[in-house]
Design a protein around this ligand. Structure first.
Ligand SMILES: NC(=O)C1=CN([C@@H]2O[C@H](COP(=O)(O)OP(=O)(O)OC[C@H]3O[C@@H](n4cnc5c(N)ncnc54)[C@H](OP(=O)(O)O)[C@@H]3O)[C@@H](O)[C@H]2O)[C@@H](O)CC1
Ligand SMILES: [K+]
Length: 501
């Protein structure tokens, strides 16, 4: 699914009205209907009064239409209007349609509505039309709302936040919503950690916006979902054999971190690899072979870390990083791998830290290498980002410069492609913030890179989607707190089965 800019959502609004031969007021009515349906489901027996705060544009128009629908459905509703020189046409239309029985007041400095515990407030002050930082009365209203013990539902966007860019004034007033109910594709703002405290739980409602416009829209941002056909795993042909699914080599482990090798290998095997060979420190042999008998094992001359690169001849993909350590000899192995590999590479963890510490090695990255950094590792590879938006700029610059795929791990993991496109992932849960979760992802990416049927971006996006889905399946059994990386490995099979077409 594409993620659009604020400017594109306005164009989408107009395109929908034109393509479907409806008025913009009818489109606003659809939005309000969707909001109202969501509201009935979320606050089914609400008896306290609902306060709807309306700004002067179409976001406020949505609020006015919602107030009418909630009133008709039997809710006690009150409206407070933000004074402005002019209001939009659809705002005026919905102001006229508001039943006289709904109390309406103008917001005024020094006389803001009291908001007691349990109050429900709808924030329909500003949406995608926010043009500058909030100031004066609007800022005072937001501060008042944020200081109250109210449950806040933001319409389309929490007021004060931009859909697609950092706040107009960093640290300026923004509504802190418990829920944000939006229309059409999700907004970029919803996917970035810096906005989580404002957005709360977000929901998107389908209001029949023009799909043709969305298909044509040029945007670098995408949102990957379970049902997306372009990331599905192709069903195995009856005559598929080990070579179709590839022979992978995993370089992983050091003394005290053999678990990373074991978890990565487990994920690679569950990810459907044809054959897996792991190269591990000599001292890790018993641990590895005992826990992963399905894999073959090569041992390094060093007992505690990796100092040798095996012959790469037999392999269709090579992964390096989990639990590796950062010995000088290991750095030399990484360099030799980058210089000599002719098959797809997957680079993670300490291999990324070694790259960060020896940036001259970045120039050696073969095209279409998949790197799987978390934010700290990505910072070591690039620079400290000013904010989450700047980090996305750094991501796109990096993938385009090195023609690689970067899996930037987080709540909405961002997969950056060599052409600068970015695909945010929709699956997963906070239980996955546990040791070894990244090692599992590396093993899964490696398996899918070895699969001769998938390209690099497809493999990376599918691995991330399946990894998060495995986490969701596992958490349904263990709960988020009880989730371990081993549980992720156990659920990769069912996750991939659900993603197979
Ligand atoms: N697109 C869709 O698919 C659909 C969109 N819909 C809805 O429309 C919403 C977008 O509506 P919108 O364009 O009218 O903008 P909105 O956010 O109401 O604000 C504009 C007003 O605020 C003012 N203003 C701006 N900044 C300000 C500031 N800092 N401080 C004070 N004032 C400020 C600005 O005034 P001006 O800048 O002209 O002075 C103007 O009056 C969208 O979020 C969604 O809810 C649905 O109904 C249907 C489907
Ligand atoms: K809003």
């Amino acid at each position: 699914m594409k993620i659009l800019t604020a400017a594109q959502t306005h164009q989408l609004d107009q395109a929908t009205v034109q393509a479907q031969g409806i008025t913009s007021a009818e489109l606003m009515e659809r939005a309000a209907q969707a909001l109202a349906e969501w509201f009935y489901g979320t606050f089914p027996n609400e008896t306290s009064e609902i306060l709807v705060l309306c700004g002067p544009g179409n976001n406020g128009g949505d609020g006015l239409a919602l107030a009418r629908l909630l009133h008709r459905a039997g809710y006690a509703v009150r409206v407070a209007l933000l004074p402005a020189e002019k209001q939009s046409a659809d705002w005026q239309h919905n102001r006229q349609r508001l039943p006289a029985a709904v109390p309406v007041a103008a917001l005024a400095a020094g006389a803001l509505p009291p908001l007691g515990p349990g109050a429900v407030v709808v924030d329909a002050l500003f949406g995608t039309g926010l043009a500058r930082p909030l100031a004066g009365l609007a800022a005072a209203v937001v501060a008042h709302l944020n200081a109250a013990p109210a449950r806040v539902v933001a319409v389309d966007l929490p007021s004060g936040l931009l859909a697609d860019a950092p706040q107009p004034a960093p640290g300026g007033p923004v509504v802190r919503a418990a829920h944000t109910v939006s229309f059409g594709p999700p907004k970029l703002a919803f996917l970035l950690p810096q906005n989580a405290e404002f957005v709360g739980e977000w929901h998107v409602e389908d209001i029949g916006l023009d799909q043709n416009f969305i298909d044509q829209a040029d945007t670098p941002w995408h949102f990957t979902q379970l049902a997306d056909a372009d990331v599905a795993l192709p069903r195995r042909g009856k005559f598929g054999y080990k070579n179709t699914f590839g022979h992978a080599l995993l370089l992983a482990g050091s003394r005290g971190k053999m678990g990373a090798a074991v978890l990565g290998a487990g994920a690679c095997l569950r990810g459907g690899v044809g054959l897996l060979t792991a190269h591990v420190p000599g001292g890790g042999y018993d641990i590895f072979q005992t826990t992963r008998p399905e894999a073959m094992c090569l041992t390094d001359a060093q007992a505690d870390f990796i100092s040798e690169l095996p012959d790469l001849g037999p392999y269709q993909a090579v992964g390096i990083g989990p639990g590796l350590g950062q010995q000088a000899a290991t750095r030399a192995v990484l360099e030799l791998l980058l210089r000599t590999a002719t098959v797809p590479l997957v680079i993670d963890a300490d291999a990324l830290n070694l790259l960060g510490a020896h940036r001259e090695l970045l120039a050696l990255l073969p095209e279409n290498t998949v790197l799987t950094p978390h934010i700290g590792e990505f910072t070591r590879l690039t620079e400290k980002a000013r904010d989450d938006y700047h980090r996305l700029d750094l991501l796109r610059a990096f993938t385009q410069k090195y023609r690689c795929v970067v899996v930037l791990k987080g709540a909405y993991t961002a997969v950056g492609a060599p052409d600068g496109q970015v695909y945010f992932n929709s699956t997963g849960n906070p239980g996955m913030g546990t040791g070894g979760s990244g090692d599992v992802l590396t093993g899964l990416v490696l398996a899918l890179r070895a699969d001769q049927r998938l390209g690099p971006l497809h493999a990376a996006r599918l691995a991330v989607l399946a990894h998060g889905h495995a986490g969701d399946l596992a958490a349904a059994e263990t709960g988020e707190a009880g989730l371990t990386a081993g549980d992720l490995v156990q659920h990769i099979g069912p996750a991939l089965r659900n993603l197979t077409v």
